[in-house]
Design a protein around this ligand. Structure first.
Ligand SMILES: Nc1nc2c(c(=O)[nH]1)N[C@H]1C(S)=C(S)[C@@H](COP(=O)(O)OP(=O)(O)OC[C@H]3O[C@@H](n4cnc5c(=O)[nH]c(N)nc54)[C@H](O)[C@@H]3O)O[C@H]1N2
Ligand SMILES: Nc1nc2c(c(=O)[nH]1)N[C@H]1C(S)=C(S)[C@@H](COP(=O)(O)OP(=O)(O)OC[C@H]3O[C@@H](n4cnc5c(=O)[nH]c(N)nc54)[C@H](O)[C@@H]3O)O[C@H]1N2
Ligand SMILES: [Mo]
Length: 771
């Protein structure tokens, strides 16, 4: 065993709640959503003692006439405002924030940090909302109350004392509103660093890089109106029923109007078969399910690029007899690199495509036929495609395929990445980016009178490594749960502990508060559901969804505690303390967010007249040049990419493991130990395996196993005593839950194309538990 063995790898305690029954696994045979979802919501409301208020809040969620944006996923709001645009997991998420439970100073004086470290992550968050700023006291090993001004001064002094601003890192989790994001990056850059790691480094970094290289636009080009008219929808590597449940509605609608839907996933997830449309109450009453899939391709983990290339090969083959198979005019007028791409498709043998994708050519041809018969196709994807070494090439392969039939820049067609956190896309738009482009920095300098640094900053993995080396001394986390979310739990925890100061702006207690630097602060903030009153009156913040719609979110609930500050106010306080002579009007900004928006309107492309447009019903859409056939690439055209296929087939005796979410969790927040759509009860420390792979290793149903990962540098990491669940997953593939399995993801194993940690392709061996 290496230094990373289990005792050190586990930061103290399990993530999920202590199950209240025996672990169980049985096939789930019902449609997605419907009454199972309704029951699950009722249970959550009851558990959080918030039936009346929770139900009232749900009615204010995602409403076009004001109301707050669901802090759940980034799926866009229903354009017509016809539906109560909500879902089971959004409701769970909101209720979790709105809980009446509180974590006050008495709680911290009753429990030392060492004691809390033994609690499960679930128990920590379940204590309720944080209520006042707390500072770590090393003498007593307790968090003790601290005033806001003292807290700001602690951070300010630590930042002022650094010999280089690059010794601080400012992490963002994707819930932060646009206005706060803008202030946050302004603070970092005025200090002199681009060290702005964010959760996007772990989810859609590959998508942004790929779309920028291919189309000159780092975002999807379609919106919900396009979803409503597409003839074919391809859904790759996303567990929609759990992670973007509002997508079930357009999927079902698409099927009803005759569109074809193809799912590509090693697992047949709940959204891939049929759903009871979540807010269609007649459907619910009649238990009437709508199909949401025509074809399921069970690709091997990492095999998507080969599958997509196979589809392209089939399209090209067909074009020999049927010229309409290829949109030659589009290719000639708008693209570059077609000849090379065609050559690489022709040169890739079917046998290799089948071997690498794990899908037979007849099925690939079937998918290609659906694509070829559709006038307008949309491809959407999430982490199943991005968290791989070759994530960028795979997303570019999607674009290749779209370009062949001119499926970019017109109605009902195009690439549609499914973003994760509710405002992760907005964070980037507003400057949370460790590799800012020069134009943005120039405009920032002009509008804000600062001299921003030009050299790239650190992303998430690089930040962990720099903290571990002692190069980064101050870590500020604006939301999120860095200790659990980042790869290589043991290493990341060591890195956080090596810091001089760790600061977390949070709504709830989590693991990252307990894995702290020499000094540490917890700064509690308002949640999105809460009223944000500043000197200038009641404030609203804006967010951007997966489809580039920017709109306002207004909290309606009384704050969880009178001592909470808003995120913009906290950033302003930190900035003033760190930059006492700054000419940026930090306090003035925090009094009225319209003022921040006015400045943003001068810096951000597409945000002209921001304050007026964001108040239009449903807000406004940021222009995507590629949608208008304007490609901001070096050639001025959409670029094909002719990358070679990677070898993703596991070596003999090994498996590849993908880490994923259960239905009952939000990233590192785990609500229960159940995973309804996968038929799991009372169990999170599991690994899904193909039955034949289990048999070959002498592993029985729910048998205990040890899972050992081998990193590129040869080091190994292990989880012991997990239970093997036989599952319908391709041979050679295995899957289990994040964040528990982050223990197995080596810090250095990141994609050379995007620097994204490779969280869906971890080489492992699995053997019956040594006991
Ligand atoms: N309720 C809820 N909603 C969420 C979240 C949550 O935790 N809970 N998290 C939010 C965030 S931040 C994000 S980024 C998104 C994440 O949303 P998802 O991307 O859906 O998240 P994962 O659970 O990681 O699931 C990845 C999916 O990819 C599949 N997969 C794994 N490997 C491969 C592969 O090689 N190829 C293909 N084609 N598929 C593969 C898995 O089987 C799974 O269905 O969801 C957001 N929404
Ligand atoms: N192995 C593996 N690891 C992964 C992934 C994977 O698929 N596999 N997915 C990665 C992805 S895509 C992501 S996005 C990351 C998620 O990483 P993070 O975004 O860092 O983690 P979350 O679990 O979403 O953060 C939860 C915490 O956010 C705080 N919070 C909640 N609401 C608010 C708010 O309104 N304001 C503030 N300031 N704080 C708030 C609460 O204190 C809560 O404890 O994990 C990544 N890690
Ligand atoms: Mo994410």
């Amino acid at each position: 065993m290496s230094a990373h063995d289990d005792a050190e790898s586990n930061p103290g305690a399990p993530v999920g709640p202590v199950p209240d029954g025996e672990p169980r696994s049985r096939p789930y045979r019902h449609p997605a959503a419907g009454w199972g979802a309704a029951r699950s919501v009722a249970e959550v409301l009851l558990r959080q003692h918030s039936v009346v208020e929770g139900a009232r809040a749900v009615k204010r969620m995602n409403h076009e006439d004001g109301g707050f944006d669901c802090p759940g996923c980034a799926w866009p709001d229903d354009l017509k405002g016809l539906h109560l645009d909500i879902c089971e997991n959004g409701i769970k998420h909101v209720t979790w924030e709105m809980t009446p439970k509180r974590v006050g100073r008495e709680f911290f004086s009753a429990h030392s940090v060492t004691e809390l470290s033994e609690w499960t992550d679930h128990a920590l968050e379940d204590q309720g909302r944080l209520t006042e700023p707390m500072a770590y006291d090393p003498d007593t090993d307790h968090y003790v109350p601290v005033g806001w001004n003292d807290a700001f001064e602690t951070v300010g002094r630590a930042l002022r004392e650094l010999d280089d601003p690059g010794r601080a890192a400012f992490y963002t989790s994707g819930r932060l509103g646009n206005e706060a994001s803008f202030l946050y990056q302004l603070m970092a850059r005025e200090l002199g660093t681009n060290n702005l790691p964010d959760c996007s480094n772990m989810c859609h970094e590959a998508s942004g890089r790929a779309l920028t290289a291919s189309l000159g636009t780092g975002k999807g080009t379609v919106d919900l109106k396009d979803w409503e008219v597409a003839d074919a929808l391809f859904v790759l590597g996303v567990n929609a029923a759990s992670n973007a449940p509002r997508m079930l509605t357009p999927l079902a609608a698409a099927h009803r109007r005759g569109a074809r839907i193809v799912h590509v996933n090693p697992l047949v997830e709940a959204a891939a078969t049929r759903t009871i449309v979540p807010h269609d109450f007649t459907d619910m009453a009649l238990f009437k399910a709508t199909r949401t899939g025509d074809l399921n391709l069970r690709v091997r983990i990492g095999g998507d690029m080969a599958l997509l290339r196979g589809m392209a090969k089939a399209v090209l083959e067909r074009s020999a007899n049927d010229p309409r198979a290829l949109d030659r005019e589009f290719v000639d007028r708008h693209t570059a690199g077609f000849a090379e791409y065609r050559a690489v498709c022709e040169a890739t043998p079917w046998a290799e495509i089948e071997h690498q994708s794990g899908v037979g050519r007849a099925d690939i041809r079937r998918a290609a036929r659906i694509y070829g018969e559709a006038d307008r196709s949309i491809f959407c994807w999430c982490l199943g495609l991005t968290q791989h070494e070759h994530g960028v090439d795979t997303v570019r392969e999607i674009v290749n395929l779209l370009l062949l039939r001119g499926n970019v820049g017109r109605e009902g067609a195009g690439p549609s990445p499914i973003r994760g956190h509710s405002n992760v896309q907005g964070n980037r738009t507003c400057g949370i980016d460790h590799r800012p482009d020069a134009g943005f920095l120039d405009r920032l300098a002009g509008a804000c009178g600062i001299d921003p640094p030009r050299e790239p900053g650190l992303d998430t993995v690089a930040t962990v490594e720099a903290m571990h080396r002692g190069d980064v001394r101050v870590f500020v986390g604006m939301g999120g749960n860095f200790a659990r979310a980042a790869p290589d739990t043991a290493y990341t925890c060591e890195a956080l502990r090596a810091c001089e100061l760790t600061v977390h702006v949070s709504t709830k207690l989590n693991r990252s508060h307990l894995v702290h630097g020499r000094r540490a602060l917890i700064l509690p903030c308002l949640g999105r559901t809460e009223q944000d009153r500043q000197r200038g009156g009641l404030q609203s913040t804006s967010v951007e969804d997966s489809m580039s719609m920017v709109h306002l979110s207004v909290g309606m609930k009384r704050p969880a505690s009178p001592h909470l500050l808003s995120e913009p106010a906290i950033i302003a306080g930190l900035a003033r303390a760190a930059l006492p002579d700054s000419e940026t009007p930090w306090e003035w900004y925090a009094e009225d967010y319209d003022r921040i928006r006015d400045t943003m309107g001068r810096v951000l492309t597409g945000f002209e007249d921001f304050n007026r447009r964001v108040r239009l019903p449903l807000g406004f859409r940021i222009r995507q040049p590629a949608r208008e056939l304007v490609f901001l690439t070096p050639s001025g055209r959409a670029e094909f990419s002719a990358a070679p296929l990677p070898d993703v087939v596991p070596a003999a005796g090994t498996l590849v493991l993908g880490t994923l979410r259960s239905h009952d969790q939000w990233n590192t927040t785990v609500y229960s130990a159940d995973d309804r759509y996968r038929g799991i009860e009372n169990l999170r420390t599991l690994v899904f395996m193909n039955r034949a792979d289990m048999r070959e290793r002498g592993i029985g149903d729910l048998g205990p196993v040890d899972i050992t990962s081998t990193a590129r540098d040869g080091s190994t990491r292990q989880l012991r005593g997990y239970l093997a669940v036989p599952y319908d997953i391709p041979r050679g593939c295995a899957a289990g839950y994040m964040p528990e399995m982050n223990v197995l993801c080596a810090i250095g194993d990141q994609s050379s194309q995007s620097n994204q940690p490779i969280m869906k392709h971890v080489p492992v061996t699995i053997a019956p538990s040594a006991g």
